[in-house]
Design a protein around this ligand. Structure first.
Ligand SMILES: [Zn+2]
Length: 432
């Protein structure tokens, strides 16, 4: 006797007609035609069932603050940082908690059940850290929230940057952040990378830095980050977020850099929506795309996962908590249009980002946590194409969000009476 039995699911690896049996908070069996009693049977009807979406790069202290205290007129990264500095002194714990909880509601509805958020530690009052720690506790039943101590104004450049970051880690933030390209000089940036890796080694914590988020081909802090990762024995525990300068670097140099990153087992986190929006701003035409070298990094065996980064905040007025929107943009910007490419992009929103975050019990195998999403799409390619509707979102064996299937009624003589956009992929051989 199972608690829940999901019937006739398609899985991200291409298997079809699969049943998933759940007991308590775990998946206990996965296979074709499981015949057993269950408290609840959920018909997947040949739709895609996937482990939840995982966002490895977000800013939950800034989300949903769009328009406070004013809009970003130029729409640039630097005006965004200046605008955030205007907003920061007015932040209250209550407002931060409320906005973050609202975002988490949206995330759950989108099947997004694990998020790594950077938390600005530049203001020594650390209201941001206090608020997000409270949120981490409140959402723990439904979202795995990891918090990065992030020195937005620079570890060395901000007046109390060093002390504040260390105090935020003492308070219980999970990960050491950094922003070397925003320090005063390249030398200060490199020194910050080294100092922050040492803190991570001493405290036994992972590292996740905003690294080389610029179009400058000479911004090469990722090289230092990879080298310091090896020096301190932090392989596999370090993430390089953005790495947009790699887009503009000399090809010969990159041919040396990527193997160094592979040696250090750097987790690479591009943020396609934000990168395409904020980079290339000093260009006339041609205009650079400003996303790192996704295909080449994947081919070198690096773990690449995509972040959402921002939703309705000083840097980005758009966003919807939908990782499929992130993947959809990634396909276009990275020009990864092949069938295998699209599967890799889907992995970069799910299994790869779970690996970046070190999530335990993630996946759809026997013994994994019963966390999953049923999408109104038949496979990963269709899910990305449609940014598919989330029909069911389950956490630890319980349905925590549900949507009605989306379709439109048609009133056209001699034509079908309803349209399901998820029903328009070309028919396969044998289905004609
Ligand atoms: Zn960021």
């Amino acid at each position: 006797m199972f608690d829940v039995l999901i019937k006739n699911a398609n899985l991200p690896d291409g298997r079809e007609g699969i049943d998933i049996a759940i007991k308590g908070d775990k998946i206990v069996d996965v296979g074709p035609r499981i015949e057993a009693e269950a408290g609840e049977v959920i018909e997947a009807s040949g739709r895609l069932v996937t482990p939840p979406f995982v966002d490895p790069h977000f800013h939950m202290d800034a989300t949903l603050s769009l328009g406070l205290p004013r809009m970003n007129v130029s729409g640039t990264l630097l005006e965004g940082i200046a605008l955030w500095a205007e907003l920061r002194p007015t932040l209250t714990r209550e407002a931060l908690v409320e906005r973050a909880l609202r975002y988490c509601d949206l995330a759950v509805a989108q099947g997004l059940l694990a998020i790594r958020s950077h938390v600005d530690t530049s203001d020594p009052a650390l209201v941001t850290a206090e608020a997000l720690i409270e949120v981490r506790e409140k959402v723990a039943p439904y979202i795995d929230l990891q918090l990065v101590a992030f020195p937005q104004d620079g570890y060395y450049r901000a007046k109390d940057g060093v002390e504040s970051l260390n105090r935020a880690l003492d308070m219980g933030l999970d990960i050491v952040g950094g922003i070397p390209h925003f320090e005063r000089t390249m030398a200060d940036g490199a020194a910050s990378v080294s100092a922050l890796c040492k803190i991570a080694a001493d405290r036994g914590l992972p590292v996740d830095m905003h690294c080389d988020e610029t179009d400058d081909p000479m911004s090469r802090h990722i090289e230092t980050l990879a080298a310091e990762t090896v020096r301190y024995g932090l392989q596999g525990r370090v993430a390089g977020s953005h790495l947009t300068s790699m887009h503009s670097m000399d090809n010969y140099y990159v041919s040396k850099l990527i193997p160094l990153m592979a040696e250090a087992e750097i987790n690479v986190i591009p943020n396609p929506l934000i990168n395409i929006m904020l980079q290339g701003r000093h260009d006339t035409y041609p205009k650079r795309r400003g996303m790192t070298r996704v295909r080449e990094l994947m081919e070198a065996g690096l773990n690449v996962s995509f972040g959402h980064d921002c939703v309705m905040d000083p840097w980005y007025s758009m966003g919807s908590g939908d990782l499929l929107e992130v993947g959809h943009m990634a396909i276009h910007v990275a020009q990864m249009a092949g069938i295998e490419d699209k599967r890799k992009i889907f992995d970069a929103l799910t299994v790869n980002s779970a690996k970046t975050m070190g999530l335990q019990g993630y996946g759809l195998e026997k013994g994994c946590n019963a966390d999953l999403v049923i999408l109104q799409a038949r496979d990963t390619l269709e899910a990305l194409r449609l940014k598919a509707n989330r029909l069911v979102v389950m956490r630890r064996g319980k349905v925590i969000a549900r949507s009605a299937p989306r379709f439109s009624e048609l009133k056209l003589e001699g034509r079908p009476t309803a349209v399901d956009a998820a029903d328009y992929a070309p028919l396969r051989p044998g289905e004609l």
